[in-house]
Design a protein. Structure first.
Length: 117
């Protein structure tokens, strides 16, 4: 099996996909952090392409940065200073050549994630 990485962002407060949410992918190697890609979610809360396709897949430690504050501002969530959730970093390991799906369930005051399928 070939490895690759995907995500799906759902706005649990509104009960819909989170469209237009910026996501950055970084590869972590000890103290080094290398930016690999920046994407945004589509109308289904997914990215139009795999975040890390099979052609670029390597096992290791990665970080997805979800720009929740910008998304919440864009949809008109009443602002706070500072916003409770702004940038959400998720650091995780990929240890085998497999499909890794890292969804984000988001609301203005909480989030959860898990390894999906």
């Amino acid at each position: 099996m070939t490895g690759y990485l995907t995500t799906h962002v759902l706005d649990t407060a509104r009960g819909c996909p989170a469209e237009g949410l910026k996501i950055e992918l970084f590869k972590i190697d000890g103290e080094n952090r290398t930016h690999l890609k920046t994407l945004a979610t589509n109308s289904d809360g997914r990215t139009d392409e795999q975040i890390l396709p099979a052609t670029a897949f390597e096992t290791g430690v990665y970080e997805l940065i979800f720009h929740a504050g910008d998304y919440l501002d864009a949809i008109g969530t009443p602002p706070e200073t500072p916003r409770f959730l702004d940038v959400i970093p998720l650091r995780f390991g990929m240890s085998e050549a497999s499909h890794y799906h890292v969804p984000l369930l988001l609301s203005p005051f909480g989030y959860s994630t898990y390894r999906g399928s």
